[in-house]
Ligand binder design. Structure first.
Ligand code: AGP
Length: 609
C-alpha cells in the first residue's frame, strides 16, 4: 500500500521522482524517501510525514544525479518513522531498495541474515530485501536480485539502485502493481500510470514475475526467473487533466460533480438508441451464462456496497441465488463454488489484496470469474476470465464516489444482460429499464444543482452531532451503509447504518436528541414500514434528516430536515440517493476542517491483507 517511482535520463532525477511521487500520495502518506546515484555512490534521503517534508530536505541536499528512485509509505510493518521510511539500505549502504507489498517470510529471512552477520536498522519487512541482495551480490546486481527474490514469499513491486550498478535501476514485481514508462531518451517506473502522465504516455504494464533494467540506453525486460520476455507498449490515451482538481477545492467534490458524465461513460456503447443492451465485450456466450446457477459478488468497502445493490437487483430479476460477500471474509470461509458458479469481483483500483485473493481462490476452485473494475491493466482486470470496465476515470480521493456510482451502473447493466439471456425479463421490460437508466445523468445533475447549497447548510448545522445513524430498508439500507462509510472516513464522525426493521431489536436504545438520524426512503413498497420506524425514532427525540423522493408528503410529515431527490424506478434510486449523502459527508468534513482527500489512517488502494 505504498507508492514507488523511478527515473533514469539526462535530467536531474530527484525533482522528477518527487513530482511523480506526489501523484501517488493517495497510496500512502506517513513517510517518504528517495535514493540516487551520485558520483557512483548511493545517496538516501528520507523523512517522516508528507512528501512536502521530504522535498525541503532534498532541496537542501542538492544531489546531482540522473538516476533515482522514491517511495511514499503507508505503514504495515513498523510505525511511521524516518528509520522505517524507504529506501532501505544494506549494511554497507551500497544498495537501496523501495518496495510496495509485504514480505510474508521476512521474520525467518531476517533471523537468517542476522546469523550471517547483517545489521538491521528498521522494523520493516522491506529491509530484508536490501540485505538479501547484499548477501547474493557476487559482482552482478541483476543476478543478486534474482537470487534474493527467489527466497521471498509475499508480494512486491521493488526498485533498486546500487553503487554496484551505477548505470541504472532494476525493478521487479509480483502481486503488486508496477509500470515502466518510455520517454525520449528517459525511462521511468511507477506504481501506476497517472504518476507518469506528465512525462510519457508509452508504458509497459509489467506482469507478475517480470523484471526490468532501466539505463540511459533504454529498458531491458526479462523475468525474475532469468527467462526472456517480450511485452508490447501500451499507449495511454486518457488525459492528465482528468486526474487533476479542475478548479475544485478537493478531488472529492470534483469527483462527485463528475458523476453525471461518468454514468454516461459507463453506459456508452452498452445501451443502444433503440433501448437495447450490448454487453458482448464481456465475452461470455448465452450458453455459458445459462449454465451458471450460483452467483457471488465479492468486493471490499464501497465496492462491496455496490455489490449488495447488485445482489438485490440480480436476485429479484434473475431468480437465482446471488450472494454479496466481503473479499476479506470470502476466502476463509470455504464458500460453495463449482464450475457452474460465476464469481463477480468488483474493484475500483483492481489491486485490492482481499478481492484479488478471492478472485484467485475462486478460479482455482473452478468458478468462472468476471471483474467489474475501473483501472485498466490492473491486476484484477488482467487475472479475471472476463472484464467489464466501469470507466469512471482516475479516482484520486481516497473516499470513493464516482467509482461507486459507476459500479452500480455496471452491475445493473450486467443484471439486465443476464436477465435478457435467461429470459427472466421481457424485451419491453428491459427497454423500460434502459430508458429509466438513461435519465439518470440528467437527474443527478438536476439534484446537485438544486440541492447542493441546501445540503451545505444542513451539513453546517448537523456536523457537530457526535453520532449519525442511517436508516433504510432494502436497497435504501445499502445506501445508508455507503453514506455512513463516507461520513466516517472523511469527517471522522461515528456513523452506523441500520436496517430500519432491526431498530427495535437493539439500536433503538441508543437514540437520544444527540443522535442525527438520516433516513433514506426511496423504495415505494417499503415506504409505510419505514415511516413507522421513523416515528419510533421521533418518539425518542431522534433528529430526523430525511432523504426522499421529491413530492413525498408522508416523508415530509416526519422530517426535521429534508433533502429531496428526483424520482426514477425503485431499482435505480440508489444512484440518486447516494449523491446527497456524499455531499453531506464532504461538506461536514469541510466544515470540521478535515483533510478530505487523504483521510488519516487510510489509503486509496489497499494492496495488503
Ligand atoms: C471507500 O470510500 C474506500 N476508499 C474503500 O472502502 C474502497 O472502496 C475499498 O478499499 C475497495 O477498493 P477497490 O474498489 O479499489 O477494490
Amino acid at each position: 500500500m505504498c507508492g514507488i517511482t523511478a527515473y533514469v535520463g539526462p535530467r536531474l532525477c530527484l525533482p522528477i521522482v518527487l513530482d511523480e511521487l506526489k501523484r501517488l500520495e493517495y497510496r500512502g502518506y506517513d513517510s517518504a524517501g528517495v535514493a540516487a546515484i551520485e558520483d557512483g555512490r548511493v545517496r538516501v534521503i528520507k523523512s517522516v510525514g508528507k512528501i512536502k517534508n521530504l522535498e525541503s530536505l532534498v532541496d537542501e541536499a542538492n544531489v546531482q544525479s540522473t538516476i533515482g528512485i522514491s517511495h511514499t509509505r503507508w505503514a504495515t510493518h513498523g510505525r511511521p518513522s524516518t528509520v522505517n521510511a524507504h529506501p532501505h539500505p544494506d549494511c554497507k549502504e551500497e544498495i537501496a531498495v523501495v518496495h510496495n507489498g509485504i514480505i510474508e517470510n521476512y521474520m525467518a529471512l531476517k533471523e537468517w541474515l542476522i546469523s550471517e552477520g547483517h545489521r538491521f536498522r528498521s522494523e520493516t519487512d522491506t529491509e530484508v530485501l536490501a540485505h538479501l541482495f547484499e548477501h547474493f551480490m557476487k559482482g552482478n546486481l541483476e543476478e543478486a536480485i534474482r537470487e534474493g527474490l527467489k527466497k521471498v514469499h509475499g508480494s512486491y513491486a521493488v526498485a533498486v539502485v546500487s553503487s554496484h550498478f551505477p548505470e541504472g535501476i532494476i525493478v521487479a514485481r509480483k502481486d503488486s502493481p508496477l509500470v515502466v514508462g518510455v520517454g525520449e531518451g528517459e525511462f521511468y517506473a511507477a506504481s501506476d500510470i497517472p504518476a507518469l502522465l506528465p512525462y510519457t504516455r508509452e508504458v509497459y504494464l509489467l506482469e507478475d514475475g517480470d523484471m526490468a533494467v532501466l539505463t540511459h540506453d533504454g529498458v531491458r525486460l526479462g523475468r525474475v526467473n532469468g527467462s526472456k520476455v517480450e511485452r508490447s507498449i501500451y499507449h495511454v490515451d486518457w488525459d492528465l487533466s482528468a486526474a487533476e482538481k479542475g478548479g475544485y477545492d478537493h478531488f472529492m467534490i470534483k469527483e462527485i460533480h463528475e458523476q453525471p458524465r461518468t454514468i454516461r461513460d459507463t453506459m456508452r456503447g452498452r445501451v443502444t438508441d433503440d433501448s437495447k443492451l450490448n454487453l458482448s465485450e464481456i465475452g461470455l456466450s448465452a450458453e455459458q451464462l445459462n449454465r451458471f446457477n450460483r452467483f457471488y459478488i465479492v468486493a471490499c468497502g464501497t465496492a462491496y456496497h455496490a455489490g449488495m445493490v447488485g445482489k438485490y437487483f440480480m436476485e429479484k430479476h434473475l431468480r437465482v441465488p446471488v450472494e454479496a460477500a466481503l473479499g476479506s471474509e470470502f476466502r476463509y470461509r470455504d464458500p460453495i463454488i463449482d464450475d457452474k458458479t460465476l464469481v463477480i469481483v468488483v474493484s475500483q483500483s483492481g489491486e485490492t489484496a482481499d478481492t484479488l485473493a478471492a478472485l484467485r481462490d475462486s478460479k482455482q476452485k473452478g468458478a468462472t470469474t468476471l471483474a467489474v473494475v475501473n483501472v485498466v491493466g490492473s491486476t484484477i482486470a488482467r487475472e479475471a476470465d472476463h472484464v467489464l470496465y466501469t470507466w469512471a476515470g482516475p479516482e484520486i480521493c481516497v473516499a470513493s464516489t464516482k467509482a461507486y456510482v459507476t459500479q452500480l451502473i455496471a452491475l445493473y447493466l450486467l443484471g439486465m444482460h443476464l436477465a435478457t439471456i435467461k429470459r427472466t425479463l421481457s424485451e419491453p421490460q428491459i427497454a423500460e429499464m434502459v430508458n429509466a437508466m438513461r435519465e439518470l445523468p440528467e437527474k443527478v445533475e438536476q439534484h446537485i444543482a438544486g440541492q447542493e447549497e441546501h445540503i451545505i447548510e444542513i451539513a453546517r448545522e448537523l456536523c457537530r452531532h457526535p453520532a449519525f445513524f442511517y436508516l433504510g430498508r432494502g436497497m435504501d439500507w445499502v445506501t445508508g451503509m455507503e453514506g455512513a462509510l463516507k461520513l466516517k472516513e472523511i469527517a471522522y464522525i461515528y456513523a452506523e447504518a441500520f436496517a430500519a426493521g432491526e431498530l427495535k431489536h437493539g439500536p433503538l436504545a441508543l437514540i437520544t436528541g444527540e443522535v442525527a438520524v438520516a433516513c433514506v426512503l426511496t423504495q415505494s413498497d417499503l415506504s409505510d414500514k419505514m415511516i413507522s420506524n421513523i416515528k419510533e425514532v421521533k418518539a425518542r427525540e431522534g433528529l430526523i434528516l430525511m432523504v426522499c423522493r421529491e413530492g413525498d408528503q408522508n416523508a415530509a410529515s416526519v422530517a426535521d430536515y429534508m433533502i429531496t431527490i428526483p424520482s426514477v424506478t425503485d431499482a435505480f434510486m440508489p444512484v440518486l440517493a447516494i449523491i446527497p449523502l456524499q455531499l453531506l459527508a464532504y461538506y461536514a468534513a469541510k466544515e470540521l476542517g478535515c483533510e478530505i482527500d487523504q483521510p488519516r489512517n487510510l489509503a486509496k488502494s489497499v494492496t495488503v491483507e
